[in-house]
Design a binder for this molecule. Structure first.
Ligand code: DGL
Length: 270
């Protein structure tokens, strides 16, 4: 048993969709969340910049002696394999968990991936899928307008702007008949209903945050690192921009009122 916290980081608010899943699956765990709200978005950044940011985000979280770190941001997770070996802490990510779930879920082998430009360009999903399901074919689509739409509260079915953008991005994937679609970005679970309606019931949507939470459960169980049964999870949130609007915006991603302190950090010093 181990009552140390779990560290989670993301480019901003979106990683709270992963925190939501972690809280569901691991209610007894303390979580320290860092959202890099001062440097968001990550989904347009180069590999070199993301490596620098990811190292700083991890160094910040290490101060809290976490038993594991979860990279909640798909874009940041594209550099995890390069950065993680530099640190003496287990670092799990959304990409591998989502890829594994997709490989297990697909029947036809036709897997769709929607994500930011950076994640699509990185090619990070292909070798994992190739190893697990050599017969699978991956069709990818960058959806750069989804993040700003979600951040502006445009998530509801029937929203004409959202429906139009969904049609433009997802028509090629629907026409191709993928049976599995990876929601490869923190924000996309908030669009599950609209995306699900558009793709139809035969397409399974993979929520990368939920899959990462499941991977973490398995890891903590196998290493006997779960917190003590009587322990109740506590939450602390850190951001790199002014925290004023964080609590208000967080609700949509977290699915509940923010319950925990929010503090600003100077991430550049790490
Ligand atoms: N968190 C990012 C991701 O999951 C989306 C927002 C951004 O571009 O920073 O890829």
């Amino acid at each position: 048993m181990d009552n140390r916290p779990i560290g989670v980081f993301d480019s901003g608010m979106g990683g709270l969709t992963t925190v939501r899943e972690l809280r569901k699956q691991l209610p007894g765990e303390d979580i320290i969340y860092f959202g890099d709200t001062g440097r968001v978005p990550y989904g347009t950044k180069s590999r070199q910049t993301l490596m620098k940011y990811a190292r700083q985000d991890i160094r910040f979280l290490l101060q809290f002696d976490p038993k594991a770190i979860v990279v909640a941001c798909n874009s940041a997770d594209t550099v995890r394999a390069a950065v993680a070996p530099e640190f003496d802490v287990p670092i799990l990510g959304v990409v591998e968990s989502a890829a594994r779930a997709a490989a297990a879920a697909t029947v036809s082998g036709k897997i769709g991936l929607i994500a930011t430009e950076t994640t699509i360009r990185s090619g990070v999903y292909e070798p994992i899928l190739q190893a697990l399901r050599p017969d699978a074919v991956l069709k990818k689509q960058a959806c750069p307008l989804f993040v700003p739409l979600v951040e502006n509260g445009r998530t509801e079915p029937g929203d004409p702007v959202l429906e139009l953008v969904v049609e433009e991005y997802l028509s090629p994937l629907r026409d191709w008949n993928c049976d599995t679609l990876i929601l490869g970005c923190t924000h996309y679970p908030l669009l599950s209903q609209v995306i699900g309606n558009f793709m139809g019931k035969t397409t399974k949507l993979i929520n990368s945050g939920a899959e990462a939470a499941e991977s973490l459960v398995r890891y903590l169980e196998s290493e006997d690192l779960l917190s003590a049964p009587a322990h109740r999870g506590e939450y602390r949130y850190y951001v790199s921009d002014a925290p004023d609007s964080f609590a208000g915006l967080a609700k949509g991603f977290l699915g509940r009122e923010l319950d925990g302190t929010v503090e600003q950090v100077e991430i550049g010093q790490f």
